[in-house]
Design a protein around this ligand. Structure first.
Ligand SMILES: Cc1ncc(COP(=O)(O)O)c(C=O)c1O
Length: 310
C-alpha cells in the first residue's frame, strides 16, 4: 500500500534542514547563511538512529546477527535508544552498557523498548562502558553480536549514504562548510567523505569539548579519550574547542530564539558554526554553513519515576 512504512525503521533519515536566522542576526547582510540538520526528527529522537540501523542491517545481511539474536554495545545514551527502538521493531534482543549516572529518563526509555540495561562505573565515563562491553563479549563470544560503533564502518557509512547526500541536495549543492561535533565520529567522517566527493572545496570543521571533563553529552575530548578506529583527524580541515558553558548557553538560545529544543551537543555545534560564519563575514566572504543538531532537549530533563520499578 503506498504511503505506508514497512516499520518504524523506514522512518529513519530524511531529516529537515532549517535556516538559523536569529542567533546569527548580527550577520544579516553579510552573505553568510546558517543551516542546521534537525536529527531530532528521527523516530528514536537522535542522529544515532542512522548509524544503529545501518549497523543492524549490515550485520543481518552478512549473518553476524541472526534474526532473533542478541546485540550488545556501549552507549552515551542515544545509540542505546536507537538500538532499543530498532530491536523492538526488527525482532533483535538488545543489551546495553551505560555509565550509571546517565539520566533516569534514558534508562526508562530503553527499558520501555524492552532492552536489558547493564550499568558501568560513572567515574570511568563512556570509556568505562566500552571496557565493560569488551569484557562481557570476551566472556561470551557466541552470545552477542557486538556492533562496536567506534570501529564499525557501517556507522560512518550511514552518513555517507544519508546525511552527506541529504545536505548536498537540501542546499542545492551550495554548502561551503560542514560543522559537526565528534563522539564516535561516525557523523562527521561519513558526511565528510560524501561531501568531499561531491566538492573538494567544502570545508569540514569538527567541534570538540574544550575540557576532558565536560558537560557536552555525546561528544568526546579526543586527546584524552580512547580514539575511535573510524576517526581520522587528518581528514578534517579544522577542529574547534567549545566549552561546556558555550554549548549549554547556545542550546538555551536555540530553544528561546529559534524554537528549536535541542541538546547540549547541538548547542556546541551551533557555537562552532557561528564562529565559522563570523570569521567568513569578517573577511567579507560568502558561505553556506551547515551544522547538525544530534538530539533534543527533553533527553536531558528529569523524568518522574516509572510506574513499576524495573
Ligand atoms: C547527543 C550526541 N551528540 C553528538 C554525538 C556524536 O555523534 P557521532 O557519534 O556520530 O560522532 C552523539 C553520539 O552518540 C550524541 O549522542
Amino acid at each position: 500500500m503506498s504511503g505506508v512504512l514497512d516499520s518504524i525503521a523506514s522512518a529513519v533519515g530524511g531529516t529537515p534542514l532549517v535556516r538559523i536566522r536569529n542567533v546569527g542576526r548580527h550577520l544579516a547582510g553579510a552573505g553568510v547563511r546558517l543551516h542546521a540538520k534537525l536529527e531530532l526528527f528521527n523516530p528514536g529522537g537522535s542522529v544515532k538512529d542512522r548509524a544503529a540501523l545501518q549497523m543492524i542491517r549490515d550485520a543481518l545481511a552478512d549473518g553476524r546477527l541472526k534474526p532473533g539474536g542478541a546485540l550488545i554495545d556501549s552507549t552515551s545514551g542515544n545509540t542505546g535508544v536507537a538500538y532499543a527502538m530498532l530491536g523492538a521493531a526488527l525482532g533483535v534482543q538488545v543489551h546495553l552498557v551505560m555509565p550509571s549516572n546517565v539520566t533516569p529518563a534514558r534508562k526508562h526509555v530503553v527499558r520501555a523498548y524492552g532492552a536489558v540495561l547493564h550499568e558501568s562505573d560513572p567515574m570511568e565515563g563512556s570509556d568505562g562502558a566500552i571496557r565493560q562491553v569488551r569484557a562481557m563479549v570476551a566472556e561470551h563470544p557466541d552470545r552477542y553480536f557486538y556492533p562496536d560503533q567506534y570501529s564499525n564502518p557501517s556507522n560512518p557509512l550511514a552518513h555517507y549514504l544519508g546525511t552527506g547526500q541529504e545536505i548536498w541536495e537540501q542546499t542545492g549543492g551550495e554548502v561551503t562548510h560542514f560543522v559537526c561535533g565528534i563522539g564516535t565520529s561516525g557523523t562527521i567522517m561519513g558526511t565528510r567523505r560524501r561531501l568531499k566527493e561531491l566538492s573538494k572545496e567544502i570545508q569540514v570543521v569538527a567541534v570538540e569539548p574544550e575540557e576532558p571533563m565536560h558537560g557536552l553529552e555525546g561528544l568526546k575530548h579526543m586527546p584524552t579519550s580512547i580514539v575511535p578506529a573510524i576517526y581520522d583527524e587528518a581528514a578534517l580541515d579544522e577542529k574547534l574547542s567549545i566549552s561546556t558553558d558555550q554549548g549549554w548557553d547556545m542550546a538555551e538560545r536555540l530553544c528561546a530564539e529559534e524554537g528549536l529544543p535541542v541538546g547540549h551537543s547541538s548547542g556546541a555545534a551551533m557555537a562552532g558554526a557561528l564562529e565559522v560564519a563570523e570569521r567568513l563575514a569578517s573577511r567579507g566572504e560568502r558561505g553556506v554553513v551547515v551544522t547538525l543538531f544530534p538530539d533534543r532537549a527533553d533527553r536531558y530533563f528529569a523524568a518522574p519515576p516509572p510506574r513499576r520499578p524495573a
